[in-house]
Structure formats: structure tokens, C-alpha cells
Design a protein around this ligand. Structure first.
Ligand SMILES: [Zn+2]
Length: 385
């Protein structure tokens, strides 16, 4: 099999890459490793009405992902090796999607008792987070940072100060500020999930300049929409953190461009269709993300000159891998063929009914996007997405 993209030309025999040479610049195809998502919610165990490991994996596969990190806010919470084993044994799949779960910082996400980090890492945890329920006690947060550093692991922070309502930007940036102050005292590695405000970006930029080991992610909705796009009382646009102002959107793009915002994660957070069809006030927090992430990033960032395609792939593959200590399958002679073929010219309209996730309700409904992962190659198999 021979595949020519604009970046690479590959020869594959019996599922192994045998030759790699330069591509044809006039090709509309781009060859990339399968993406890595450091932030998603697969809802199982406990929330199977919203998503299951099976539907979540199918959805991730359709979006071009090969490795995904489900967050621990399931029922029961992923805070013991037993739950990790449940996840691994129920997530075997034909698409070779690997799960690298993020386990809870505190038992039951209650913010009191720190979990057994060493045992959880030994059993497959990729890091620790109380996503959805922030750790607001900085004494506990401090202990978690120290403990994670001792295991060479990382804390994934859902930075939220619940003294403020979520739509007040201070709910995010004052939490970022207090957590950076804690990190300054403890050392260790801190990764900020779903950063959405200008002020948070500024705080993280200066923390990096100071030399703190801090990284940050945003999700496609924060560079696609602002509050101006919520034109009716529409639950499809509800997530936490919520959409912010146009100035915040510009700051997030600037942060992506200058590297302050290291990666793009999906924060894929499905609910039932009925739940998301409710009004903004009644709808639960969270929208789906796997199947639109690449196209939204390509359309809104690469085609708008914010990032190059190489920088985008870096934020979808190589930097997430570095943050979570995950091995990327290389595109090199002698390695198993495992990569995406992206059609950079493909134009399409988002239709939720075509999604593989259980949740078909999306704020992206009807958006015209450009660029789509259209095939994934795994060994000698070609999957049309
Ligand atoms: Zn979160």
C-alpha cells in the first residue's frame, strides 16, 4: 500500500511501514499520528444513559483519536484500582483505542482523603484530577501536588472557585491564581484543564516565564464560540467553564499561538438528548467533542492563521503525550502502521444525528467546517471514518 500526503509518502507492507519519504505538496491529504485526548468523560460506570465505554470509544475513533484519558467523575468514582480494572476490562475494542484514565485526587471526589497515587499509577492511571468538583482546600491541593511530584505524575486541575458563579470569570482565574501560588511553594507539575478566560491565560503565561512547571489546555468551544453566540435560552451551549466574551476568545487564541495554552483537549462530556434539549438553566454542564475537535481547530485556527497544521498536530498529539507521559506511535520505517489520513479540503456541515456518541445534540449543529480525518490506518486495516 502506498499513501501520499502533502507532508509524507509512506509504503506499507503487511501492516508495517517500510518506507517514509517526502510527500507531494499539492496533495490535499495530511498524514498525522492518531490524536491523544487528555480530557474526556465516558460516563461508564454509572452514567450509561449518557454514554458507555463502547459508544465513547466509537466516537473517539471517529474523531481520529487513538488514546483518550477519561476523567474520574463516574459513579462509582474512579478512585481505586478496582474501578480502573473495570474500565480496562470493559473497554476492549477493535479500533485499538487505548484508555489512560485520570484517577481522582481525593476519594469519592469529596476533597478530603487523598487516594493511593502509587497504587493507581501502578494500575494504569495517567494522572490525577477531581474534574467537575474542584479541590478548593489548598492544604489538600498542596499535599496532592507533592504526592504527584513524588510519583513523577501530574495534577489536572479543574480550576474553579465556587465563591463565584461559573459565568463570572473570577470563578476560573482566582482558582488558577491560588493554585499557582500553591505550586510556587510545593514544586511539582500542574496542568490546567479547559482554560477559558483572558486573565487565566495571562497568569499562566507569567507562571511559565517564572519557570513553574505548568501546562494548560483549552477545548474547541472556547475558541469557536463566545457568549454572543448564545442567542436564545439554549441548553446546547451550556458547559463548565461557560462560554466567555470575545476578548477572552481572542486571548485563548493568542495563548494557543504563543504556547501559553499547550494543548487542545475535547472535554467530551455527553448527556442524554433530552437533557441537552432543555433550556440553558435546566441543561446539565457539558457538550460532546471527539467528532468535531479536529475540524473546529483546523477551521478556526489553521485556516485563520493562528496555528500552522504542524503546530495543531503538536497540540493534539505530541504535547499531550509529553504531559501525560504517553508514548506516541511514530511514523517511521519498521513501525506498525498506525496513523490518520486527514483531508484538508473536505468541507461539510455538522449534523448531530450522524454522531457516534449517544448525545446527538450539539451547539455545532449546522456549522460549515473544513478539514476532516477521513481514514485511520491500523496495521493492514483501513477504516473509513
Ligand atoms: Zn472540568
Amino acid at each position: 500500500m502506498e499513501i501520499t500526503g502533502n507532508n509524507l509518502k509512506l509504503i506499507i507492507k503487511d501492516g508495517i511501514i517500510t518506507e517514509v519519504s517526502s510527500g507531494n505538496p499539492s496533495s490535499n491529504l495530511y498524514i498525522s499520528p492518531r490524536f491523544i485526548d487528555l480530557h474526556c468523560h465516558l460516563r461508564e460506570p454509572g452514567g450509561e444513559g449518557k454514554e458507555t465505554l463502547e459508544t465513547g470509544i466509537k466516537s473517539a475513533f471517529t474523531g481520529g483519536y487513538g488514546i483518550i484519558c477519561p476523567m474520574p467523575n463516574t459513579n462509582p468514582v474512579c478512585d481505586t484500582s478496582e474501578i480502573l480494572h473495570y474500565i480496562f476490562s470493559h473497554s476492549k475494542n477493535p479500533y485499538d483505542i487505548k484508555l489512560k484514565p485520570i484517577c481522582a485526587i481525593t476519594t469519592g471526589l469529596t476533597g478530603e482523603q487523598i487516594t493511593d497515587f502509587e497504587d493507581l499509577i501502578k494500575n494504569g492511571a495517567a494522572g490525577f484530577s477531581n474534574d467537575g468538583k474542584p479541590v478548593e482546600n489548598m492544604e489538600i491541593f498542596k499535599k496532592a501536588l507533592i504526592k504527584a511530584a513524588g510519583c513523577n505524575s501530574v495534577i489536572f486541575s479543574h480550576a474553579e472557585n465556587t465563591d463565584f458563579p461559573p459565568d463570572d470569570p473570577r470563578s476560573e482565574w482566582t482558582a488558577v491564581e491560588r493554585e499557582l501560588n500553591t505550586l510556587r511553594k510545593t514544586g511539582g507539575r500542574l496542568h490546567f484543564a479547559h482554560i477559558s478566560t483572558q486573565k487565566s491565560t495571562e497568569l499562566i503565561r507569567s507562571a511559565k516565564q517564572e519557570g513553574l512547571k505548568v501546562t494548560a489546555e483549552t477545548a474547541p468551544h472556547y475558541f469557536t464560540f463566545s457568549t454572543d453566540d448564545i442567542t436564545s435560552n439554549d441548553g446546547r451551549f451550556k458547559m463548565n467553564p461557560p462560554l466567555r466574551t470575545k476578548d477572552d476568545v481572542d486571548a485563548i487564541k493568542e495563548g494557543l499561538k504563543d504556547g501559553t495554552v499547550d494543548i487542545i483537549a475535547t472535554d467530551h462530556a455527553p448527556h442524554t438528548n433530552e437533557e441537552k434539549l432543555q433550556t440553558y438553566n435546566k441543561s446539565p454542564f457539558g457538550i460532546t467533542g471527539f467528532e468535531t475537535a479536529f475540524s473546529l481547530a483546523y477551521t478556526n485556527l489553521v485556516l485563520k492563521g493562528v496555528l500552522t497544521i504542524e503546530q495543531l498536530i503538536d497540540k493534539l498529539v505530541y504535547t499531550p503525550a509529553r504531559i501525560a507521559g504517553i508514548k506516541v506511535y511514530g511514523i517511521n520505517p519498521g513501525e506498525k502502521a498506525e496513523f490518520n489520513i486527514i483531508d484538508l479540503n473536505k468541507k461539510y456541515t455538522v449534523k448531530g444525528e450522524n454522531f457516534k456518541t449517544k448525545c446527538k445534540i450539539t451547539p455545532y449543529e449546522g456549522l460549515e467546517l473544513t478539514g476532516k480525518v477521513y481514514q485511520t490506518i491500523i496495521g493492514d486495516k483501513i477504516y473509513n471514518l
